[in-house]
Design a protein around this ligand. Structure first.
Ligand code: SF4
Length: 229
C-alpha cells in the first residue's frame, strides 16, 4: 500500500466579516457582530483541522463496481466516472477533535449556530488545503470527487470500504467511523478525488430542492447519461 500523506498542521484562516456575511448578520446589532468576532478568535485558537489522502490504483472494473487498492466499491455512477481513470485519491478531512470538543460557556442558540458554520468552514478549508497540496505534488489538472452517501447509488455504508483503504485513520487524524458509518467528529468529509475532463458534482444528479449544500444545479440531461441503460 502506498504510504498516505497526512496533514496535521493546516492553517485556520477564519474571517469574522465572511462569517457575518454568510449568516446575513450585517446591520443586525453590534452585540451579535462582537459575539461572532469573539467566536472567530476562539475557533482560530482552538481548531486543529487535519486531513489524509493516498494514491490508489484501479485494479478491476465490472458493470457496477470498481476495485480500488484491493477493495471493491459498488456504484454505477462511480464506475462510469472512473471509466478512463487508472489512479485515484481517496481522502478524509476533519475540523479536528479539538474544535469538536469546544463548547462555549453559555448555551446561546445564535452562538451555537455560528459555531456550527465555523466548524463547516474549517473542514472546507482543510479540503481546499488538501486538494492544493495533492495537485501540486502529483501535477494534477482538473479533478472531481464523489463522497459515499451523497447519492443513493453510492450509499453511506460504503464508508467502510473507503476507510479500509487506510490504516488507523483515528490514530492519524482523529476521525472515527461509527457502526452506522457516521464520522466523528461530525464535521468531517471523506471521498475519492479523480481526474476528469468535465467537472462532475453529485448535485447534478440530485433533484433535492432547497438544499443549502448544493454545489451545482440539478441537470436531468446529465442525470440521464448516468442512468442504467
Ligand atoms: S443537492 Fe444537496 S443533497 Fe443533493 S447531492 Fe448536492 S449537497 Fe447532497
Amino acid at each position: 500500500m502506498e504510504q498516505p500523506i497526512v496533514f496535521t498542521d493546516i492553517p485556520v484562516k477564519l474571517n469574522a466579516e465572511e462569517v457575518i456575511k454568510k449568516l446575513h448578520l450585517h446591520n443586525q446589532n453590534v452585540q451579535i457582530e462582537d459575539m461572532v468576532k469573539e467566536l472567530v478568535d476562539d475557533v482560530s485558537r482552538i481548531a486543529r483541522p487535519k486531513a489524509i489522502y493516498r494514491v490508489a490504483y484501479i485494479e478491476n472494473k465490472k458493470d457496477d463496481s470498481v476495485e480500488i487498492g484491493g477493495i471493491t466499491f459498488t456504484s454505477h455512477v462511480l464506475r462510469l466516472n472512473l471509466d478512463k481513470v487508472e489512479r485515484v485519491f481517496p481522502y478524509v478531512a476533519t475540523c479536528g477533535k479539538e474544535l469538536d470538543a469546544f463548547k462555549p460557556d453559555d448555551s446561546d442558540v445564535m452562538k451555537s449556530f455560528c459555531l456550527d458554520l465555523m466548524k463547516r468552514l474549517v473542514v472546507l478549508s482543510a479540503v481546499d488545503f488538501l486538494t492544493a497540496r495533492m495537485k501540486q505534488r502529483h501535477e494534477l489538472g482538473q479533478m472531481s470527487h464523489m463522497n459515499p452517501g451523497s447519492l443513493t447509488d453510492w450509499p453511506i455504508t460504503q464508508q467502510k470500504q473507503l476507510f479500509a483503504l487506510f490504516e488507523d485513520i483515528e490514530g492519524q487524524i482523529g476521525v472515527l467511523l461509527s457502526e452506522s458509518c457516521v464520522m466523528r467528529p461530525l464535521k468531517s468529509v471523506s471521498g475519492i478525488y479523480f481526474p476528469t475532463e468535465a467537472r462532475f458534482e453529485s448535485c447534478q444528479l440530485c433533484p433535492r430542492e432547497k438544499c443549502i449544500g448544493r454545489r451545482a444545479p440539478y441537470s436531468p440531461e446529465i442525470a440521464e447519461t448516468y442512468s442504467h441503460k
